[in-house]
Design a protein around this ligand. Structure first.
Ligand SMILES: [Zn+2]
Length: 142
């Protein structure tokens, strides 16, 4: 008696999912990331404000004098509540026009640009030596 062997039903991921994985860059909008310097071991926390591509390696931003490279943690930030000291954003046109050709090319390809976090007014953690003393709140009743 010949046994008809049943082929194991291989579950294939839907074609749409594959296409998306290949074509579209993953969006990490709103996600935090940590960059760690290989030279000084300093680190920064960044957040993506817009959708776009962020580099895997960036010049050291943790120590002013450091010439090292910081490596991405690929958004493996367990505590997303962590305050970001830097942010990735999509620059507006006039800002792009003022950039270097290489940077313009990067942005046109969907790359984001990093700046020190501006949104978080309470970001006092990383101020690179320049300490800001915030005046104490004085409550006056009446
Ligand atoms: Zn460094």
């Amino acid at each position: 008696m010949g046994q008809a062997r049943k082929r194991p039903n291989l579950r294939r991921p839907p074609a749409a999912a594959l296409a998306a994985a290949n074509a579209e860059p993953p969006s990490f909008k709103g996600q935090k990331n940590i960059y760690v310097c290989q030279e000084c071991c300093g680190h920064i926390v960044s957040v993506d404000l817009d959708e776009g591509v962020t580099p895997f390696m960036i010049g050291c931003e943790a120590t002013l004098t450091c010439k090292g490279w910081m490596q991405s943690s690929f958004y493996r930030v367990f505590d997303q509540k962590m305050r970001a000291s830097h942010e990735w954003y999509k620059p507006p046109e006039p800002e792009i026009a003022a950039m270097s050709v290489a940077m313009q090319d990067h942005v046109r390809k969907g790359g984001l640009v990093m700046r020190r976090a501006t949104g978080a007014s309470e970001a006092t953690a990383v101020t690179s030596g320049r300490e800001r003393t915030t005046p104490k709140e004085s409550k006056t009743d009446g």
